[in-house]
Design a protein around this ligand. Structure first.
Ligand code: CUA
Length: 186
């Protein structure tokens, strides 16, 4: 069978492109510790703010002392608008949306996931001390470019002191649909 020269070129180019794409995925997964959020947990998107998991958004510690951040995305804000977490400590993020698909992206880190109504996205990562911008990286409407939040990563001792001096969050009430309303009890 004779394969025309141009056909050979196209076959070669296709194979080279596939190798390049697989290679870039491998480099991202191994080199930058990027992984798909594989956790499957569902939620009623119409009842997010009365769901025990998301009624109070923000950073909480579980019984084992692990740090969790509970975040809700809606057009066009992240609740809460500011997060404080300890440096060099694994933080597990739990995210969901009450309306459309958003993209939660902690800029210049490997912390990133799609945020879909009906599902709870989850990932765990650690941060170096500093201030990080959280952006929405899935087009979600006219205010998409305004959908930002801030992540403060502070030394663990400082974070623990601030946490113990803070009063326990009120998990009984519904958080209002405003960024201010997310700081329940303050
Ligand atoms: Cu939310 Cu773009």
């Amino acid at each position: 069978m004779k394969i025309h020269l141009y056909e050979r070129v196209w076959i070669g180019a296709s194979v080279a492109m596939l190798m390049l794409f697989f290679g870039s995925i491998a480099v991202g997964a191994v080199g930058s510790n990027r992984h798909p959020p594989s956790h499957i947990e569902t939620i009623d998107p119409t009842g997010v703010l009365s769901d025990a998991r998301f009624a109070t958004q923000g950073v909480r510690t579980d019984d084992a002392g692990r740090v969790h951040a509970w975040i809700v995305g809606l057009t066009f804000v992240w609740l809460p608008a500011e997060l404080v977490v300890p440096a060099d400590t694994p933080v597990t993020f739990h995210l969901t949306s009450v309306d459309v698909t958003h993209g939660f992206s902690i800029v210049r880190t490997n912390g990133q996931t799609m945020v879909l109504p009906g599902y709870v996205s989850q990932f765990t990562t650690t941060f170096a001390e500093g201030e990080y911008l959280i952006a929405c990286n899935e087009y979600c409407g006219l205010g998409h470019h305004d959908m930002a939040a801030k992540l403060h990563v502070v030394p663990p001792e400082q974070w623990r002191q601030a946490t113990t001096s803070r009063e326990a969050p009120d998990t009984t009430g519904l958080a209002a649909l405003t960024p201010e309303g997310s700081h329940a009890g303050h």
